[in-house]
Design a protein around this ligand. Structure first.
Ligand code: KG4
Ligand code: ZN
Length: 334
């Protein structure tokens, strides 16, 4: 069975063809992503209106490329999957409407997918993971810990009360004049910095062990930067100190949740999963504590449509599908 996945929840337009070869087994035949980074860069963040307009122009070429790379025609596709939320509603609508049009014209089932479910299952595109497993979803829009109990059963254990971790990286990069998005630049600068140079707070949420808060750290960074103005190497040291604080804040609840829920594996996913220090420390600290760690390759950590098609394949196995009046939901809960 061939599933065409479509993802357009934020500023990436993506399409993928997934082939299911046995129940629960699938291979990615193609996965194409068109990013809009250059469009939003000059505004320092994603401009929703520009994002949806750009999706209108790119979604069909992206789908065509995904079909071509997979070596199949539209008529060969057996089901159409699209992200229906959460995300920017104008962006979501472009992918979802396109999926509906294709499903109706081809007479194929339509499956609407929750974007977060896609991220939670992304590690399974390349790895076999025993359930239940703990997933840390950490991106520009989301930061949360989920227990993946089985396909379709996900328990949110905690998450950020304010900014997402990627958002904190982007805001701090902006403060430091490093441009947008800033996570990758901070990661690179941090390699040459002193992690212990600036004493930054590690926020905790009282009474909620698995919750996080990143809104205070950018103020702390701003104050420390002001005091260190003109000091040689301060930027690299700040990048390293800030990154270390974020990694500390992410690791503490992750390891505690893994222990409490007695999982074998911790899965790391979302754009911030690209962070080299987070990967390094999670791998060593989780392994020391007896857990296996899996992280998808970078192309499946960031937004992509293969993860959406994979989530749809499991919904189809359960005979779940959606009607053509399915709507996009900006704040869709899992
Ligand atoms: O998953 P993603 O592509 O988009 C969504 O937010 O859904 O994640 C993008 C986020 C941005 O905030 C970006 O700064 C961050 O991931 N990011 C990183 C790194 N690469 C990307 N953050 C820290 N270290 C990185 N190497
Ligand atoms: Zn995402």
């Amino acid at each position: 069975m061939l599933i065409l996945g479509i993802e357009s929840s934020c500023d990436d337009a993506a399409a993928a063809v997934l082939e299911t070869i046995a129940p629960g087994e699938a291979v990615v035949r193609s996965s194409v992503v068109a990013t809009q980074e250059t469009i939003h860069k000059r505004y320092g963040g994603v401009v929703p209106e520009l994002a949806s307009r750009c999706h209108v122009r790119t979604i069909l070429p992206v789908i065509e490329e995904a079909l071509e790379t997979a070596g199949c025609r539209l008529q060969d596709i057996n089901a159409i999957a699209a992200t229906r939320g959460p995300g920017l509603v104008g962006s979501l609508l472009v992918g979802l409407m396109c999926a509906k049009g294709l499903a109706q014209t081809l007479g194929r089932p339509l499956v609407g997918v929750n974007h977060i479910e896609g991220h939670l299952l992304a590690p399974l595109l390349e790895h076999r993971v025993t359930m239940p497993y703990l997933a840390l979803v950490v991106s520009g829009g989301h930061t949360a810990l989920f227990l993946v109990e089985e396909f379709g059963r996900y328990r949110r254990l905690g998450g950020t009360r304010d900014d997402a971790a990627g958002e904190a990286f982007d805001k701090v990069a902006k403060l430091m004049g490093l441009g947008y998005p800033g996570g990758k630049v901070i990661d690179e600068m941090a390699r040459r910095g002193d992690r212990g140079k600036f004493k930054l707070p590690r926020a905790r949420v009282r009474g909620a062990r698995f919750d996080l808060s990143f809104s205070g750290i950018k103020t702390a960074v701003a104050l420390a930067l002001r005091q260190a103005a003109g000091v040689n190497g301060a930027d690299h040291d700040m990048a390293a100190s800030f990154q270390e604080a974020v990694v500390d804040m992410l690791l503490r609840p992750t390891l505690a949740a893994a222990q409490e829920h007695d999982v074998e594996t911790i899965a790391l996913t979302g754009g911030v999963a690209a962070n080299s220090r987070l990967r390094e420390r999670l791998s060593s600290e989780a392994r020391n504590a007896g857990f296996a760690v899996v992280a998808p390759s970078l192309k499946y950590c960031t937004d992509n449509a293969a993860m959406i098609a994979l989530a749809a394949s499991h919904r189809l196995l359960r005979a779940e599908r959606d009607s053509l009046d399915l709507d996009a939901e900006a704040a869709l809960a899992l």
